[in-house]
Design a protein around this ligand. Structure first.
Ligand SMILES: Nc1ncnc2c1ncn2[C@@H]1O[C@H](COP(=O)(O)OP(=O)(O)O)[C@@H](O)[C@H]1O
Ligand SMILES: Cc1ncc(C[n+]2csc(CCOP(=O)(O)OP(=O)(O)O)c2C)c(N)n1
Ligand SMILES: [Mg+2]
Length: 343
């Protein structure tokens, strides 16, 4: 699996020995790990092996750049049932290679074992290039909240796939030829517009704005994270860590045309499409957009969308548990992702 991975200048010793040796030009190493579990994070009927490879890298390197770091390397734990076709593993590896080419950073090692459940555990490394890490705890009253990347498209893609699944046995349309692991459910029908295809694609292969992480650090971001569980829920981590509140302005959320199209197909009445799309932008996870907090005087490039402001945390007492996120000053049911929720 490792022969096709290119080396980079950060790799002192690549795969093949007991461990790799990776340069840390800055003297510090950013390190993070995330798991992908079949059935929980992806389904082989919904995503090709290549998609899963792309996604595994994107999900991890999004965490690296959300610290303001440059991706340098990653290690892949691959646990697969014995009946997994070899072609699936090969296609997965190709997806990993191609996403690494986008994000930067080399595959420096991993481990492969048999397991009942197909599970991918990636550890990703990054270099801070002399900058301070952008943590969750630096947000201050008066700062502005902005995001860059997509919001809501992945959740819409997932909802489209769930819907096609619910329509048992009648996938939304065409199957894609040549995908390892067989045909995919939920292919967009011939003649369907690009919007639905874009939502499905963002779900299968999220496109984190990698360069914007180090950019935000250089611009002086006081806090940053990638949006994996939903914007409101994830900004809640910034509030708790920083001891502040965040109020989001619903009108600042301009839904992507692809998202508007998807919510229409998913059943939102025409007059409610913008509201439905905004709900997905606030609560949908897995786009791996970057959300960051900046001092108000920072001039932001236009791909950063300002959507809220940081305020004082409420005082002590029962209400104060919420160093919290509001939308137009209202507490909302955000519906972000919770792995341990019992439905
Ligand atoms: N099993 C674990 N052991 C040690 N640290 C963990 C574990 N699970 C999560 N963490 C840490 O808790 C923090 C939050 O994790 P998580 O919610 O998964 O963040 P993210 O959305 O950035 O992946 C991270 O710093 C992570 O390293
Ligand atoms: C089959 C399937 N069901 C449901 C989801 C939705 N989903 C699974 S995990 C998740 C949240 C993000 O995953 P997590 O492991 O919490 O990532 P982290 O926050 O650690 O980066 C979401 C929205 C999915 N991607 N695939
Ligand atoms: Mg995690």
């Amino acid at each position: 699996m490792t022969s096709q991975f290119p080396r980079t200048d950060d790799v002192i010793l690549g795969p093949g020995d007991d461990a790799a040796v990776v340069a840390a030009p800055d003297g510090r190493t950013v390190a993070t790990t995330d798991l992908l579990v079949e059935g929980r994070h992806f389904r082989r009927e919904w995503s090709s092996a290549r998609d899963v490879g792309h996604r595994a890298v994107a999900q991890n390197y999004a965490d690296v750049v959300a610290m303001g770091a440059r991706p340098t390397g990653l290690l892949i734990g691959f646990a697969a049932p014995p009946e997994l076709p070899l072609a699936w593993a090969e296609e997965f590896t190709a997806g990993v290679r191609d996403e690494c080419a986008l994000a930067g950073g080399a595959v420096v090692g991993g481990d492969t074992v048999g397991s009942d459940t197909l599970t991918i555990a990636i550890t990703a490394l990054g270099d801070l290039e002399g900058r301070s890490p952008v943590r969750r705890e630096g947000a201050r009253t008066g700062d502005v909240v902005a995001y860059t990347g997509h919001l809501g498209l992945s959740a819409a893609g997932l909802a489209l796939l769930e819907r096609s699944d619910a329509a048992a046995g009648t996938p939304v349309g065409e199957t894609s030829a040549g995908q390892a692991g067989g045909a995919l459910a939920g292919e967009v029908p011939v003649g369907a517009t690009d919007g639905l295809a874009q939502c499905l694609s963002e779900h299968r292969r999220p496109s984190p704005p990698y360069a914007a992480g180090p950019e935000a650090a250089r611009l002086g971001a006081t806090a940053m994270l990638d949006v994996s569980d939903g914007l409101v829920q994830d900004l809640g981590h910034v509030c708790r860590a920083s001891g502040v509140c965040i109020d989001l302005d619903s009108n600042a959320f301009r839904p992507d045309p692809a998202l508007l199209e998807a919510v229409g197909v998913l059943g939102a009445p025409a007059g409610k499409a913008v509201d439905a799309a905004r709900r997905l932008m606030l609560s949908g996870g897995e786009d791996h957009a970057l959300a960051a907090v900046f001092p108000p005087e920072v001039r932001l490039p236009e791909h950063w969308h300002v959507v809220g402001t940081v305020g004082d945390a409420p005082g002590t007492g029962a209400e104060s548990s919420g160093t919290r996120v509001t939308v137009d000053q209202n507490v909302i049911e955000n519906g972000g992702w919770d792995h341990f929720r019992r439905d």
